[in-house]
Write a protein that binds this ligand. Structure first.
Ligand code: IMP
Length: 424
């Protein structure tokens, strides 16, 4: 069977966790392929909110196997915290959670390095979640990292010490004030490593290959969004992994010709956390309303998300890079009550009007060109069928489908599993 992908098409926080949770009944295996605890996937069901950072969003379904793939970076301390929360809810994860031996481990000193690097950047900081993601991927590509499979080796603690000592000298080199107590951090880290070691480690590319061969259905769950991709995002204000479709091939060992459906998840407007350009960002009451009604605060850091109109130039780009086959529109309910809606369909760029994403999208280089549409008043959150949608919402959806040339198959009208409307 081909592997289906589910990806965020904006700057993250599109609502991927919710849709994975909704779609899990159709899949045997849910697999994370990149990123780490910088992600915060929120699921709401039976009146309760659950936030996952590293564990795949299929974990609440008894029949699904959940795989943390080789492309993911794992912080054992945060991972243990997630497991503790699952235990509190009597979720039996032992049989259903598998971890790739090739996934890299975030050390306490990776987190400290992240903080030192950001502090040294001053105003130019990335706005990182400070979870150690960048430094861990740097050690991966620099061929210094420690992998989950290394925990099974007798000398892994020596390797740990060598790397942590190197990190400490790098932290000193940054020459910024970072207070820390490494002995304390290490105590917590090694306790969490023991918990991690009690889980099942696998050669995940072989597992994924055999699963495909035997007809198992697999959904690869992306983290962050396409505009945060290390290659195709708004560099350097990006994360350190490939968040786009190709990342699923390298992050799980799936051959490119074995990719099936590509679900592209987007919000009916746009948000961004952290620094970096955002052409349709709003600094007025409309942006404030989106943030307030949409509860736009980061699930991992609690930071306020920047809000703006939907940017179709950027969305088209993400659809192209990922080969999206179906779109899922999230948080349409947040736009209820806006008299007029704006959608950016082009940019004014160096005296020209362009419809593709250029190299520079800083405010001094691009100005959004908007198409205005009539908004709707109706509360969407109680709707259960697309036939109940107001005309203006249908106009909005039809306009996006025409522009993007991809069907919008799911419209989410609230955070709960049940608030999900399928369109034919
Ligand atoms: P890092 O991946 O923590 O280093 O953060 C790099 C940039 O990506 C920052 O702007 C973060 O705010 C952003 N970022 C990282 N993970 C997420 C996410 O899951 N959702 C939204 N933004 C994210």
């Amino acid at each position: 069977m081909a592997v289906d992908l589910l990806l965020g098409l904006q700057w993250g926080d599109e609502g991927k966790g919710k849709i994975v949770d909704v779609l899990t009944k159709n899949y045997n295996i849910i697999a994370r392929f990149q990123g780490g605890p910088n992600a915060g996937h929120t699921l709401v069901f039976n009146g309760k909110k659950h936030v996952l950072h590293t564990i795949p969003s299929g974990i609440f379904h008894d029949d699904a196997t959940n795989l943390v793939g080789n492309g993911v970076v794992i912080d054992p301390v945060i991972f243990k915290g997630e497991l503790d929360k699952l235990e509190e809810q009597d979720i039996d994860y032992r049989k259903s959670l598998l971890i790739s031996r090739k996934a890299h481990i975030i050390l306490p000193t990776h987190r400290l390095l992240d903080a030192a690097s950001e502090a040294a950047k001053g105003k130019a900081k990335i706005g990182s979640t400070l979870k150690g993601i960048g430094p861990t991927y740097m050690d991966k590509t620099g061929r210094n990292g420690i992998r989950v499979g290394d925990l099974e080796l007798s000398d892994w603690k020596e390797r740990y010490r060598t790397l942590a000592d190197k990190h400490e000298s790098m932290i000193a080199f940054y020459n910024v004030e970072i207070e820390y107590d490494l002995a304390n951090l290490e105590e917590e880290f090694f306790k969490a490593i023991d918990v991690l070691k009690s889980l099942t480690f696998i050669d995940s590319e072989e597992y994924v290959y055999q699963a495909q061969k035997s007809g198992k259905t697999i959904l690869a769950e992306g983290a962050q969004g396409s505009l945060l991709d290390i290659d195709f995002g708004t560099y350097p204000f990006v994360t350190s992994s490939n968040t786009t479709a190709a990342g699923a091939c390298t992050g799980l060992g799936v051959a490119p010709n074995k990719i099936g459906e590509v679900f592209g998840i987007f919000k009916a407007y746009t948000t961004r956390v952290g620094s970096g350009p955002f052409p349709t960002e709003l600094f007025d009451e409309d942006g404030e309303t989106m943030g307030r009604v949409g509860h736009e605060f980061g699930a991992t850091t609690g930071r306020r998300r920047r809000c703006g109109w939907l940017d179709l130039v950027a969305l088209k780009y993400a659809c192209q890079v990922n080969g999206v086959t179906q779109l899922n529109m999230m948080k349409g309910d947040v736009l209820s009550g806006f008299k007029t809606l704006k959608v950016c369909t082009a940019y004014k760029y160096k005296g020209e009007v362009i419809e593709h994403l250029p190299y520079n999208i800083e405010p001094e280089n691009v100005e959004p060109v908007y198409t205005e549409m009539k908004g709707w008043e109706a509360d969407l959150t109680t709707m259960t069928d697309a036939s109940q949608f107001p005309k203006e919402l249908n106009d909005y959806i039809n306009f996006l489908e025409k522009e993007l040339e991809i069907p919008i198959t799911i419209v989410s009208v609230g955070p709960d599993r049940k608030q999900t409307i399928f369109r034919n």
